[in-house]
Design a protein around this ligand. Structure first.
Ligand code: PLP
Length: 369
């Protein structure tokens, strides 16, 4: 095969021909940011597409997490997962909240509901789970625990754009959910993100918080931040929304080919679709059992790299291993055996809507011996 590098992801891009009239219109309006026309249009379009009542756009996927914690007045300790992108835990740290790590379920890689209750202390105020790889958390069990102890639930749904369970958006779970529209995600606005909530009052509060706390020209209601999305990226987002279903279908086809090829490879595990779930195929993780496969995860990872196939070890290292967090009691290896085992065995294979069959075969050939 030629020496072309196969990257782990490739962004969904609107056509330039389609984008230029939008840019022309923005230039004509001369309204570049602060809840402009395209900003409002994209919030409306996302409510419809995602089947949710309220969407607040943000300039990235980290700020809605930080603002959610402010809006819900979360303090003390928050129970979360070490198996995620660092932004999840960083949002707690920036709010002066102590993260408490709980181990994950080996089947879904999401926080293990069985292990949440023992981690609750009098200082616990919320749970922050992540729908890792877009696989839905056990939202019912998490809500039952939250209700029993009077805790808020904030879902980091950065991977879960468009995911539905029995026809209902996964974003309806908990008090609020957040999305990332970063270039590497299923749906992107280059950089961007959103907060999804269920009542108008919360939406209003979030919109104040992302605009420095301004309620009107002279009133500041809270110590807000600047999290606003601009018109150019909102317009780009409107165009990308039109092709995201086709992109998800393209990803599904890639997942089908990977599964066919890897089904009978000893020591290579992967995730199947869940019954009743509309998946978005945001990632395709494989899990290497070194003993059965005859090669460690890292040996395979570097072998793939030598053949120009760039997988990613998502999520390795665990968040609990980073210097900021490793001193926490809950970061102890003994508290997180499943997360460590998964982090040491995972490789996310290249996954994007237009990954072609030659590339897929080349990737598979590196894994199938
Ligand atoms: C991408 C991501 C974020 C952060 O999103 P940005 O848009 O990059 O700020 C947060 N949490 C998870 C799980 C992510 O994958």
């Amino acid at each position: 095969m030629e020496n072309k590098v196969i990257t782990v992801t490739s962004p969904l891009l609107p056509s330039l021909d389609d984008f230029i009239p939008y840019l022309q219109d923005i230039w004509n309006r001369k309204w570049l940011t602060n809840n402009g026309y395209y900003h409002r249009e994209l919030e409306k379009a996302l409510c419809e597409y995602l089947k949710v009542p309220y969407v607040s756009l943000f300039t990235n996927g980290t700020l809605p997490l930080m603002c959610a914690l402010q809006a819900l007045r979360i303090t003390g300790e928050v129970i979360t997962t070490p198996y995620s992108f660092v932004a999840t835990t960083h949002s707690l740290w920036w709010n002066g909240i102590k993260p408490v790590f709980v181990d994950i379920d080996p089947e879904t890689c999401n926080i293990d509901p069985d292990k949440i209750e023992v981690a609750i202390t009098p200082r616990t105020t919320a749970i922050m789970p992540v729908h890792v790889y877009g696989k839905p958390c056990d939202t019912e069990r998490i809500q039952t625990i939250a209700d029993k102890y009077g805790l808020k639930v904030i879902y980091d749904a950065a991977h879960a754009f468009g995911v539905e369970v029995n026809g209902k958006s996964i974003l309806e779970a908990g008090d609020v959910s957040t999305l990332s529209f970063h270039a590497t995600k299923v749906y992107n606005t280059i950089e961007g993100g959103a907060l999804i909530c269920k009542d108008e009052k919360m939406k209003k509060r979030i919109d104040y918080l992302k605009n420095f706390g301004f309620a009107d020209e002279t009133t500041i209601v809270a110590p807000g931040i600047n999290g606003k999305m601009d018109e150019v990226r909102a317009a780009y987002g409107l165009l990308n929304l039109k092709q995201v279903d086709a992109a998800i279908e393209g990803r599904r086809q890639v997942a089908i080919k990977y599964r066919e090829a890897l089904r009978n490879v000893k020591g290579v595990g992967f995730m199947e679709d869940m019954v009743g779930v509309r998946h978005n195929y945001s990632y395709f993780p494989i899990f290497i059992d070194a003993e059965k496969y005859g090669m460690t995860r890292d040996e395979l990872y570097f072998k793939m790299k030598d053949s120009q196939v760039l997988g990613r070890r998502y999520f390795y290292p665990l968040i609990s291993e980073f210097s900021t967090y490793r001193g926490l009691e809950s970061a102890n290896l003994n508290n997180l055996p499943v997360a460590h085992k998964i982090a040491d065995s995972v490789i996310c294979l290249p996954m994007y809507y237009n990954l072609n069959i030659e590339a897929i075969n080349h990737i598979i050939n590196q894994i199938v011996k």
